[in-house]
Design a protein. Structure first.
Length: 291
C-alpha cells in the first residue's frame, strides 16, 4: 500500500471551565469548547513490517525522545488490542510548539490512530481505537476527528460535531514550555473540591462567528490565572494581542503558554500577526482560522 498522510492540527480551547477535582480518581473535571486550527503538524505512514518513527521540522528538537513519543505509544497500544494490526514507519513533520497548551502531541497521536485505522480498515469508533485514544492521553479522543465540539470530564466525554463558523485568529506562543501539572498544582484544588464560577454557556450547532463570540466571551479559561503564576510572559502575549486592531477576544489555550486572539476578519488577523512578529521576533506566531 502507498504512503498515507494526514494533518495533526493544533487544538484550541476556546473555553476551559474547571468544574472541580473528582473524588474517585483525583482527575480534574473539565468542560471545554474545543476548536482546531489550520496550522498543523503532518504525519506520514509508510506501511511495513516494523514500527518506526522519524521526527523532523522546526520544533522537532523539543519533541523529546523518539521512544516516548505519543505516536509510538498510541501505535503500540493499538497493536496490543488488535491482533495482526498492520504497522509501518511514521514520519512526523513537527511544526507546532511542544508543551504549549494546543495538544500538539495528542493531535499527533490521534493522527497516528487515524492512519492505522485507515491502513487496517478500522472505523474511528472501533472500541480498540477509542480505548487507545483514552489510554494515550486526555486530549487524544477529541483530536481523533478534529472538528469543533464540547469536551467534558477528564477528556473522555466528547460531544457531537458543532459545525461552527470559521474564526479568523492568531496563535502566539512566547517560547516558554509549560507543563500541565504545575498549572493544576497552582490552581490548588483538593480531591473532591469544586471550583466556584458561572456554568458554561450552552453551545448550539451551526453558529455563525458573531454567535460563537457571544457564547465564548462570557466564558473563561480557569487555568489562565494559575498559568500566569507559572509563566508570567503569558500575560505579555495576551496584552500584545489585545492591543491589535480588530481583536475581538484574546485568551489562553489549555494550560498555556499558547494564547489566541479572534479577529474581525482575515486581513486584521494577518496584520496583527505581522505586528506581533515585529514586536517579538523570537515568538511563534501563526495567523490561522479556527473551526
Amino acid at each position: 500500500m502507498s504512503l498515507l498522510t494526514t494533518r495533526a492540527p493544533a487544538k484550541i480551547n476556546l473555553t476551559l471551565h474547571v468544574l472541580g477535582r473528582r473524588p474517585g480518581d483525583g482527575y480534574h473535571a473539565l468542560e471545554s469548547l474545543v476548536a482546531f486550527a489550520e496550522v498543523a503538524d503532518t504525519l506520514e505512514l509508510l506501511p511495513g513490517r516494523d514500527l518506526a518513527l522519524e521526527v523532523f521540522g522546526p520544533t522537532a528538537g523539543p519533541a523529546g525522545p523518539l521512544d516516548d513519543n505519543l505516536v509510538l505509544r498510541a501505535a503500540r497500544h493499538l497493536a496490543a488490542g488488535v491482533d495482526g494490526l498492520r504497522l509501518g514507519a511514521f514520519r512526523l513533520h513537527k511544526q507546532l510548539p511542544v508543551a504549549a497548551g494546543i495538544g500538539g502531541g495528542s493531535s499527533d497521536a490521534a493522527a497516528a490512530l487515524r492512519l492505522l485505522a485507515e491502513l487496517n480498515a478500522l472505523a474511528l469508533d472501533h472500541p480498540a481505537v477509542i480505548a487507545t485514544a483514552r489510554a494515550t492521553g486526555a486530549d487524544v479522543p477529541v483530536c481523533l476527528d478534529p472538528r469543533a465540539r464540547m469536551m467534558r470530564g477528564a477528556g473522555e466525554e466528547i460531544g457531537p460535531v458543532l459545525e461552527l463558523a470559521r474564526l479568523p485568529a492568531v496563535l502566539v506562543n512566547p517560547g516558554v514550555p509549560v507543563s500541565t501539572a504545575p498549572v493544576f498544582k497552582a490552581l490548588g484544588l483538593a480531591i473532591g473540591q469544586r471550583l466556584d464560577g458561572a456554568e458554561h454557556p450552552g453551545v448550539a450547532a451551526g453558529l455563525d462567528a458573531d454567535a460563537v463570540l457571544g457564547v465564548i466571551a462570557p466564558a473563561r479559561n480557569d487555568l489562565e490565572a494559575p498559568a500566569l503564576t507559572v509563566a508570567p510572559v503569558i500575560g505579555e502575549a495576551l496584552a500584545l494581542l489585545r492591543a491589535q486592531d480588530g481583536c475581538r477576544l484574546a485568551r489562553m489555550s489549555g494550560s498555556g503558554a499558547t494564547v489566541f486572539a479572534i479577529f474581525s476578519d482575515t486581513a486584521a488577523a494577518q496584520a496583527a500577526a505581522g505586528a506581533v512578529r515585529v514586536a517579538q521576533p523570537g515568538w511563534w506566531v501563526e495567523p490561522t482560522q479556527l473551526a
